[in-house]
Design a protein around this ligand. Structure first.
Ligand code: PLP
Length: 375
């Protein structure tokens, strides 16, 4: 048997990670400005994270959700405090798609409706419900096609006002669109969405799977708009590589036994990873670092004339060139040993480094980029 061949692969095999760096099986060192797709939040193999996982592995890796697990309580309490989202309860699962799947289901249980409004270029995952609200026909199988979804242009308040009605269960918005190439819902659009949801008894879901966990400098990207969504989905940075996802559900939405469930979600090892990540983000003030380093990178990028546009906040940044960037990314990787991210906008490089990146690493990238675009 071989792996099902669905991923186009770079011919590199990382075998070790530490902080912002990776090493491949030939001993070559790489700077990681991709974070394994915004997953590495506190840096590879952070010592506190490693210790916590080792200790938890030695005591108990897993038991089912049919017994008490105080690690879930500790994780929920710490997440509520650090994110300043105290009026929520936490359902734990294993991935971003699963978080959104449960978010959609919770909304539909709450108002007994089916229709969902999502946005152009958005990405919410590949499971049945999550993919049906994702604006990419190439990854929607006939089985996933769903007549209850309306895809609207992002930031078009009038279109949203026209579309929402008494059948709309939820509006789902990425806190900052990632895979699309870093496009941000405006403060006004987020506030208008909140207002329309309240008027129609529709739930507002913020997909913070990529933009959450301090990546933009706020714990959640939507927090710039001072709104309180009904549901927030999280994953990626939550476990620094350990698969864990979660749904923050506003306390006015009541739980009922059996309403949601999972075998692996919230297991002991996943919770230990989640707790270590929150402890390190707080102790090392990584949200502040995301703001400082992100600002520095954006300021420097803005001075490079060859770049068409820069977008983003904190350490979730797009560099758009006037041409397709596949070759440029390849050169950065193979000539300069720097991992970067792509986007569905083929002219865009996405920068999603661990949140503890320093100025020194950003300068390494800037020098390599300037060399490659000949300035
Ligand atoms: N939502 C957003 C905004 C994402 O960027 C992603 C993954 O890239 C997902 C959901 C799906 O997460 P996962 O791949 O963990 O299922």
């Amino acid at each position: 048997m071989k792996p099902f061949d669905v991923y186009p692969l770079f011919d590199i095999e990382p075998v070790k990670g530490l902080g912002n760096y990776l090493w491949d099986n030939k001993g070559e060192k790489y700077l990681d400005l991709y974070g394994g797709h915004a997953v590495i939040s506190i840096g590879h193999s952070h010592p506190e994270y490693v210790k916590k996982l080792q200790e938890q592995t030695a005591s108990l890796v897993f038991y089912s959700n049919s017994v008490k697990n105080s690690l879930q309580e500790e994780l929920a309490q710490k997440l509520g405090k650090l994110s300043n989202c105290k009026n929520y309860n936490l359902f734990l699962c294993n991935s971003g798609a699963e978080a959104n799947e449960n978010a959609l289901k919770t909304a539909s249980f709450f108002n007994r409706r089916k229709k969902v409004i999502a946005f152009q270029k958005g990405f919410h995952g590949r499971t049945s419900g999550a993919v049906s609200i994702t604006d990419n026909p190439n990854i929607i199988a006939p089985f996933n096609e769903n007549n209850n979804v309306q895809i609207l242009p992002l930031n078009d308040e009038q279109a949203l006002e026209n579309a929402i009605d008494e059948n709309t269960s939820a509006i789902i918005i990425e806190g900052l669109q990632g895979i699309a190439g870093i496009y941000e819902p405006s403060i006004s659009f987020l506030q208008k969405s909140t207002k329309l949801c309240k008027e129609h008894n529709t739930l507002l879901i913020l997909d913070e799977v990529q933009s959450g966990y301090g990546r933009t400098g706020d714990f959640f990207a939507f927090q710039k708009a001072n709104i309180e969504p009904d549901i927030i989905s999280v994953a990626k940075g939550m476990g620094n590589g350990f698969p864990i996802g979660g749904v923050l559900i506003h306390e006015r939405i009541k739980a009922k036994h059996g309403m949601l469930g999972t075998t692996f979600g919230g297991n002991h090892l996943a919770c230990a990873a989640g707790i270590a990540v929150l402890d390190v983000i707080e102790k090392e003030q990584l949200m502040n670092n995301a703001i400082t380093q992100g600002k520095y990178l954006l300021e420097e990028l803005t001075q490079i004339d060859a770049i068409k546009e820069t977008r983003g906040r904190g350490l979730m940044i797009a560099i758009e060139m006037p041409y397709e960037v596949a070759e440029l990314r390849k050169n950065l990787l193979f000539e300069h040993k720097i991992f970067t991210g792509s986007a569905s906008n083929k002219n865009t490089i996405r920068i999603l480094p661990p949140l503890n990146i320093g100025k020194e690493e950003i300068d390494i990238f800037l020098n390599a980029l300037k060399k490659e675009i000949n300035i």
